[in-house]
Write a protein that binds this ligand. Structure first.
Ligand SMILES: [Zn+2]
Length: 243
């Protein structure tokens, strides 16, 4: 690499990370306080609310997902992989342009590497943050989803995103598209419906990945099932309990 370009790239990355430190500090101090990302149930509410979330994009199926969301006039949350953001910057830009929430998922999605220590996890989060900022420098991601969820991870790891000022988001319903192989769209729609049933505040896990095309195909059916079960579709901040 040309030395001056290399120096510029390093300076740019350093500037982004300083920016990360400053904007996450603001989140912690001004907007959210202590956050229980995993606790979703508001208890007494009778209104049925659901937020659609997609992990692992941007991908070759993102555009199909975005087309469905646009047609139905719905906003979702995308927890992106930094490496994929670098591969598909135009798709990530479309997510921003169409008003969806973009959260941090991981840079590599390599469990062994990112969960080897709190420092490794922090570095992975930082790299994903920088990949998102490279596409939209005006956007400050505040939501974070652990690859595989936070379930079963050590307290030291689980506390990392919160120490960085991020809001941890798990899920309480899933179309199970990462477990069922091969899946078909009706099966995924049934799982989304049955796991969301009897809950009032729902965060539904789905995936935005090239090997999960069935998820994009199932999306219209998932949405119509959930509508018929009385759910309204809301952005993430309407279902995350913030104490
Ligand atoms: Zn993932």
């Amino acid at each position: 690499m040309n030395t001056s370009i290399g120096k510029f790239a390093l300076a740019f990355l350093a500037a982004l990370c300083v920016l990360f430190a400053s904007c996450t500090k603001n989140v912690k101090q001004n907007s959210f306080g202590n956050v229980e990302g995993r606790l979703i149930d508001y208890g007494v509410t009778t209104e049925k609310k659901i937020c659609l979330t997609f992990d692992d994009g941007p991908s070759l199926i993102s555009e199909t997902i975005l087309d469905v969301l646009k047609e139905k006039n719905l906003k979702a949350a995308f927890f992106v992989i930094g490496k994929n953001a670098e591969k598909h910057p135009a798709v990530l830009k479309r997510m921003f342009d169409e008003g969806h929430t973009v959260g941090i998922h991981t840079y590599t999605h390599e469990y062994k590497r990112i969960y080897s220590s709190p420092e490794a996890l922090k570095e992975d989060i930082n790299r994903c943050f920088c990949a998102i900022k490279a596409v939209n420098c005006n956007y400050c991601p505040v939501y974070y989803r652990f690859p595989g969820g936070s379930f079963g991870l050590s307290e030291k790891l689980v506390s990392v995103p919160e120490e960085m000022g991020l809001i941890r988001v798990d899920w309480n319903a899933s179309c199970r598209d990462s477990e069922i192989k091969p899946a078909n769209e009706h099966e995924l729609a049934e799982y989304a419906r049955s796991t969301a049933k009897n809950k009032n505040n729902v965060i539904l896990l789905m995936h935005d990945a090239a090997d999960k095309r069935f998820t994009a195909d199932a999306l219209p059916e998932i949405i119509s099932y959930l509508y018929s079960d009385g759910f309204s579709f809301v952005p993430l901040e309407k279902v995350i309990k913030i104490s």
